[in-house]
Design a protein around this ligand. Structure first.
Ligand code: NAG
Ligand code: NAG
Length: 222
């Protein structure tokens, strides 16, 4: 009975881990490293990408290590650990990687998803509406345009030149309540990179006292 329940438990565990699929993010232009987490001796290994052979090897030169397909020239398999490394990854390399070791398809597979480095994006504070000024009820600020190929992106905002960075949304609301700050600055960040905008003048900022006293008449006219 005991060995039967152990068998049952094994069967259950197998089902649980059967669909273990890890999303693996890579930096476009960078390396992808996939670790099958196999800790016994490897006597044969096959890596596939979207169902096509990437690498194949059988011990004792039955089949020498061979690389095939799109990733040939960029792929490398460590025959001790089974780790697959692919260099110079492109967005078109997105997709499912599977691995077979010692003639068994491992329960783990990897969904590779490429993310762009924000270095090549323009990060700036954009005022909405563009006509926003201190007479407006409220306005909002966007941190940049779309960073679609760099998602997921997190956003941070800084009020004034010396304020603390605060985590926020891509769009924040501003109003008269924020008129004390000279500038707003935003920072976009993803898992591979971050980039900061230039400080943007606060549309609600009142003329400073010294400017007013210097240009006293202009202030009164305004
Ligand atoms: C394979 O990986 C192991 C462990 O990281 C490392 O010690 C070894 O040098 C690697 N082998 C090759 C050929 O790179
Ligand atoms: C900004 O204002 C809009 C419209 O009034 C509102 O839907 C949104 O939740 C506000 N955003 C924040 C971060 O408060």
């Amino acid at each position: 009975i005991r060995s039967q329940s152990v068998l049952q438990l094994r069967a259950t565990l197998w089902i649980i881990i059967d669909n273990l699929n890890e999303v693996q993010h890579f930096e476009i232009g960078g390396n992808l490293e996939l670790n099958p987490g196999f800790f016994s001796e490897i006597t044969s290994i096959t890596w596939k990408h979207k169902g096509n052979f990437v690498a194949e090897w059988i011990k004792d030169d039955a089949v020498p290590l061979e690389y095939l397909g799109d990733l040939k020239g960029r792929a490398n398999v460590n025959l001790t650990t089974g780790v697959l490394t692919v260099s110079n990854m492109r967005k078109s390399d997105d997709g499912l990687f599977t691995v077979e070791i010692n003639n068994k398809v491992l329960p783990v597979s990897f969904s590779a998803v490429g993310i762009a480095n924000l270095e090549n994006h323009r990060v700036e504070v954009i005022v909405r509406p563009l006509t926003c000024d201190s007479s407006a009820d409220k306005c909002s600020l966007d941190c940049g345009d779309a960073f679609t190929d760099a998602e997921p992106v997190q956003y941070f905002w800084k009020k004034g030149g010396t304020g603390q960075w605060e985590k926020g949304e891509k769009r924040i609301n501003i109003s008269k309540a924020t008129e004390t700050f000279d500038t707003f600055t935003c920072r976009a960040q993803n898992r591979f990179s971050q980039k900061m905008s230039a400080p943007h003048d606060n549309p609600y900022k009142k003329r400073s006292f010294s400017t007013c006293s210097f240009l006293n008449k202009l202030c009164k006219i305004a």
